[in-house]
Ligand binder design. Structure first.
Ligand code: FMN
Length: 244
């Protein structure tokens, strides 16, 4: 919304500038007094105009192209992202770039952790052969072979508390990644590995994880085909006020 208002202000300003330049030229032309044309003034206005055009380019094309894959003019707010997030398992055949992956990883590392220990490790996979191999980890991971990338969110049990708290820490990071993907127009799904013995062994081997590092999940990511929609899960019977 802010960007639309911003765009509107820029257009109004440019319109005013164009109008002023024409006014300067035409009014002087009719009075046939070319000597009096204030070229410096006109040049300044053209300079200003160029600056606004450059601003529009930066604001609406270059940076959002990287940040907002879907629509550079629409930057969804946090609640819209939360409610629009859905598991996306069908992807377009389109590669992702490293900037997009870094946005997701930064979002993951922005999550809270117990004691601020940050016991997470993120393995980023873009290699097609590896995506194909990981898609065989379990019955729930098949979509990974058609994903543009995957992030295995792992917990390093050597860091942090000597307990299973890493599962909660890495879950918070995973949800942040899912939300960030939605925010930048990508689609993602959490595929569970943790607590599944065979898939855990398989993924640990495939990714060469140290003994003390466990995969919580593999997040499969790509450009959504648009078929999958968010579910309405609002259910007041799940809420108890003050006491059960
Ligand atoms: C712990 C966990 C494990 C999951 N494992 C899988 C999985 O292996 N394969 C899969 O396709 N989806 C998996 N999902 C995604 C759920 O199926 C999905 O979140 C659920 O159906 C609700 O749909 P939504 O995400 O679109 O709201 C998992 C989600 C969580 C939180």
């Amino acid at each position: 919304m802010n960007q639309i208002i911003y765009l509107f202000i820029i257009i109004i300003t440019i319109e005013k500038n164009i109008y002023q330049i024409f006014y300067e030229l035409i009014s002087r032309k009719y009075s046939m007094n070319f000597k009096g044309i204030r070229w410096r003034c006109i040049m300044k206005k053209i300079e200003k105009l160029m600056l606004y055009i450059a601003l529009i380019f930066i604001e609406f094309t270059a940076i959002p192209e990287i940040l907002f894959a879907q629509n550079p003019l629409i930057i969804p707010d946090a609640l819209t992202v939360i409610h629009n997030r859905k598991s996306v398992r069908k992807y377009l055949n389109k590669p992702m770039n490293n900037e997009q992956l870094e946005i997701l990883l930064r979002a993951g590392m922005a999550a809270p952790t117990a004691g601020d220990k940050r016991p997470w490790v993120f393995i980023v996979i873009t290699d097609q052969a590896m995506l194909d191999s990981l898609s065989l980890a379990s019955r729930g991971t098949s979509m990974i072979s058609s994903a543009a990338a995957a992030i295995a969110v792992c917990g390093d049990t050597r860091i942090g508390f000597k307990s299973e708290v890493w599962v909660q820490d890495c879950s918070a990071a995973s949800e942040n990644i899912l939300l960030a993907a939605e925010a930048i127009g990508l689609g993602a799904v959490w595929t569970g590995i943790y607590l599944n013995e065979e898939p855990t062994k398989y993924v640990k081997k495939m990714l060469g994880l140290p003994l003390e590092v466990y995969p919580l999940n593999i997040i499969s990511i790509g450009y959504p085909t648009g078929e999958e929609k968010p579910k309405n899960k609002w259910n007041t019977t799940k809420i108890h006020w003050e006491k059960w």
